[in-house]
Design a protein around this ligand. Sequence first.
Ligand SMILES: *Cc1c(COP(=O)(O)O)cnc(C)c1O
Ligand SMILES: [Zn+2]
Length: 419
Amino acid sequence: MAHLEIETGQPSPDVAADGVWLHCIECSEEVAPFADIVYRCPSCQGLLEVRYAELPGWSAFDGRGVWRYRDALPVDDGVSIQEGDTPLYHAPELAREVGVSTLAVKHEGMNPTGSFKDRGMTVGVAVARRLGVERLACASTGNTSAALAAYGARDGMPVLVLLPAGKVAAGKLAQAALHGARILEVDGNFDTCLDLVSELAERGEVYLLNSLNPYRLEGQKTIGLEMLEAFRERYGAIPDRVVLPVGNAGNTSALHKAFRELVAAGAIGPDDVPKLTGVQAAGAAPLVEAIEDGADSITRWNEVETIATAIRIGNPVNAPKAIPAIRETGGTAIAVEDEEITDAQRSLAERGIGVEPASAASLAGLRALREQGVVDASERVVCLTTGHLLKDPDAAAAAGVDPEPVSATTADVLELLAE
Ligand SMILES: *Cc1c(COP(=O)(O)O)cnc(C)c1O
Ligand SMILES: [Zn+2]
């Protein structure tokens, strides 16, 4: 798939700005950045990706967080709430239990608003500023709206969010509300919300910051850069595999782009690229279906259901990027049941790593793939956990132990403890 090779060098001078342009992954059309507001290729409606005249190697990176990687981003700085620089936890007991040689957990729940969406928003909102837009918007299963509400507030821009009514976890809704976004609850699922807000964006009513937006994915690309830097430092190697939950497949696409650009810059070898392994909930698994069927595109699922509301998505908009990402890196995709997700959420929590259900899908998927022998015992693996435990307090309380009522006397407390 030639269109996935990263090409550097200048396109026609009237297209690039500051060595940056947009490239259609389907027809290779080059589109000027920062000028007209475009989300898809004007010629063929294909997905766009950001391209650069020069790609930096490891030595170019300096500072902390997302903006450490400014030389690999479309703009040099932007509104920040100190996103990125998230921990990579060493997890030897989990590695033993799953049966792999190394397991590390990259916990994106440790971002300012509690999910990796902050990385995309710091860059996306900076570009929105440069474009001179007046109102930011997104459809969301919750975390995108929480992040956009916070970054919009920090930058003084109004934010509109469209959410599927009754399907957004309490923590996420509370964040969007307190940061002052205008919240529309739609009688429909996430995919319907995205259809609606895309229509508003096409009409010029709002600037869209869903992961269809190629600039947002550049911010999320820094997960891959940071993960490889930290893994190299700790283990002296590049991980063999990265396992991550898949909703709209933005992260899958963004990680692949990070790896391709590192290869193009000579920072890692082409054979070092980790196998991208996507995990979906069994009730919302169109990408897994496409990978299993060997298809080049997904078939939209109109009915989706899972406890992992962050990945309750039936029409992953970035599938045209993510399917080649999984295939080209030699990875795979797997669906897991809600019970497996909850088990994995408990396993992580028992090791002090508190994540929301969607995040635990990564560990659940790794477990299943190891049992099937798809993942080898010798592998060094990173599981990406995308959101914090407190995002979905109801799911956490349901998965955890029950509080025991006791009367307010030492004798009764001692009696209970002795049982
Ligand atoms: C957004 C989100 C996902 C899905 O990520 P995609 O890039 O859309 O695949 C997974 N987990 C959490 C917690 C999220 O907020
Ligand atoms: Zn095109």
